[in-house]
Ligand binder design. Structure first.
Ligand SMILES: [Zn+2]
Length: 371
């Protein structure tokens, strides 16, 4: 979660002239109040995060109880202020879209989908996505479709809205059989009135672009058509990339551009184009994240990004990284070597998609039995 990845992304977007003008301004974050945070997180949890933020704080059983002071969420001075600032950025993105000042907005630092109401988890302290969705619900009474294609299951967001039929959460991720947080199976469908409004697509390890995109195209337009959202919240973690050090998916940067185009078409058809996007995972700081999120941003804007990376940007980042970096935004297909068993994996993914459709679609459409 090296924040350098965010600075590099913004500098690449600027170097390509894709933001920073009147049509695509870079905005200051908003501010998340305690009241905003408390619509998702518990009071006791906020107290614990504040305690962990004090100078000299160290992990103790009281903090570990809240997931603070672990390897994934170490104790850092001022962590409350930093985590709250990220929520403020996503709230600002939600505000400009819901107020009609912009059709699309991108909160790059956001996307902290593992944070639970009363526990930090997986590098996430406060769940900016869930706080923003609650804010949208309260101020606009809107129906929100949450789409998450980070390689990890969006478990925190699912948890918060598990019983809510006005928020459809859809997560595509590497199967929890192989990857943190070990959840996100197709049987996790929601509870109570929210039953059927949590959709999970666990993909096989080593899944590549084609099978990932096929699953996404088979489900996202149909789910949106049935659910009729007022706005889409999109988590754009890019850790499904083959070079990501934490996951076992085998995708390329070009996939993310295609996924966003699918979401863009769905948003144009059903909700006036409105998409509030956030970042998320992505741990290949120099060679993947800036390129993946530049393509994501360009696709959100509805335009075509050029392919060549400006030579001056490339030279300076290569010097910093101490490694050779790709000179184009889109990877060549050749970076993913064929692996044995790929057709079989794709068949398993197809089967997962079909069985999820059979479970979810009759509920969302209200058709009862079908398929
Ligand atoms: Zn992730």
């Amino acid at each position: 979660m090296d924040p350098r990845r965010l600075e590099l992304t913004v500098s690449l977007i600027r170097a390509l002239g894709l933001a920073g003008d009147a049509r695509r301004p870079i905005l200051s974050p908003g501010r998340a109040s305690d009241r905003d945070l408390l619509r998702v997180h518990s009071d006791e949890y906020l107290v614990a995060v504040r305690r962990a933020s004090r100078r000299g704080a160290v992990a103790d059983p009281g903090l570990l109880h809240y997931g603070l002071g672990t390897d994934d969420v170490p104790i850092v001075e001022e962590m409350h202020a930093a985590a709250r600032a990220i929520v403020g950025a996503t709230l600002r993105a939600a505000e400009v879209v819901m107020e009609g000042e912009a059709v699309r907005a991108y909160s790059l630092a956001g996307g902290l989908h593992h944070a639970m109401p009363d526990r930090a988890s997986g590098f996430c302290v406060y769940n900016d996505l869930a706080v923003a969705i609650r804010w949208i619900q309260r101020h606009y009474g809107a129906r929100v479709m949450y789409i998450d294609y980070d390689a990890h299951h969006g478990d925190g967001v699912q948890r918060v809205f598990y019983d809510d039929p006005d928020v459809l959460t859809v997560s595509f991720h590497e199967s929890g059989l192989y990857l943190f947080p070990a959840t996100g199976f197709i049987e996790e469908l929601g509870e109570g009135e929210g039953y059927g409004y949590s959709a999970n697509v666990p993909l096989e390890a080593h899944t590549g672009d084609d099978s990932f995109l096929a699953a996404f195209e088979a489900l996202v337009p149909e789910l949106a058509s049935a659910f009729q959202p007022d706005v889409i919240m999109l988590q754009t973690g890019c850790d499904a990339h083959v070079w990501d050090p934490l996951t076992h998916l085998r995708c390329t940067t070009g996939l993310f551009e295609k996924l966003v185009r699918v979401v863009g078409a769905v948003a144009d058809e059903h909700c006036g184009g409105r998409i509030i996007a956030t970042g998320g995972g992505g741990y290949a700081v120099y060679d993947v994240v800036p390129r993946a999120w530049t393509l994501t941003w360009a696709a959100l804007c509805g335009g075509e990004a050029p392919d060549e990376i400006p030579p001056a940007w490339l030279a300076s980042v290569q010097a910093e990284a101490g490694q050779a970096l790709p000179a184009t935004l889109r990877d060549s297909a050749g970076i993913v070597a064929p692996t044995p068993g790929q057709p079989e994996r794709d068949v398993v993914n197809d089967r997962t998609v079909r069985s999820l459709r059979r479970k979810v679609m009759p509920i969302i459409t209200g058709w009862g039995l079908g398929f």
